[in-house]
Design a binder for this molecule. Structure first.
Ligand code: MG
Length: 164
């Protein structure tokens, strides 16, 4: 059996010293504002896999009024969500993601992000793809006031669960 899931996230940008994106700290003159490390890409991935498995969403698992989630690493949130779907009998087939950011350029960081995410989720690097789009200098993304990400994931039933 297969299931598809989608995740989306947006964070506000403010002057700062780097962005957490896909689990990496990317040098930039701005930072994303959020309760955790504000990693839009990992938040979108987390929501996509939880949604595909019908196992809640990132806000339910990690409420922002819980002090334990303050400055929590988004890599740890994604890993917890991944454990949750695996325990329910699902494996990730692939993820395809888009980052929406006027700056910085994402391409130089793409392979590093794909490597980090695939290692974190115990996937082959070719199961994780990523692209980036600017905001064409218009709207909150284009005016560098926000950064956003979307992710689509396909899950399949683990072989052991197929037999039962
Ligand atoms: Mg978020």
């Amino acid at each position: 059996m297969y299931r598809i899931g989608i995740g989306h996230d947006t964070h506000r940008l403010e002057p700062g010293n780097g962005l957490w994106l896909g689990g990496l700290n990317i040098p930039h003159t701005q930072s994303a504002v959020g309760h955790s490390d504000a990693d839009v890409l990992l938040h979108a991935m987390t929501d996509a896999i939880l949604g595909a498995a019908a196992l809640g969403d990132i806000g339910e698992l990690f409420p922002d009024d819980d002090p334990r989630n303050k400055d929590r690493s988004s890599s740890s949130m994604l890993a917890i969500a991944s454990d949750r779907i695996k325990k329910a009998g699902w494996n990730i087939v692939n993820m395809d993601c888009v980052i929406f950011a006027q700056k910085p350029k994402i391409l130089p960081h793409r392979e590093g992000i794909r490597r980090h995410v695939s290692d974190l989720l115990d996937l082959d690097i070719n199961q994780v793809w990523l692209k980036a789009k600017t905001g064409e200098a218009v709207g909150p993304i284009g005016e560098e006031r926000a950064i956003a990400a979307e992710c689509i994931v396909l899950l399949e039933t683990q072989p052991a669960f197929n037999k039962t």
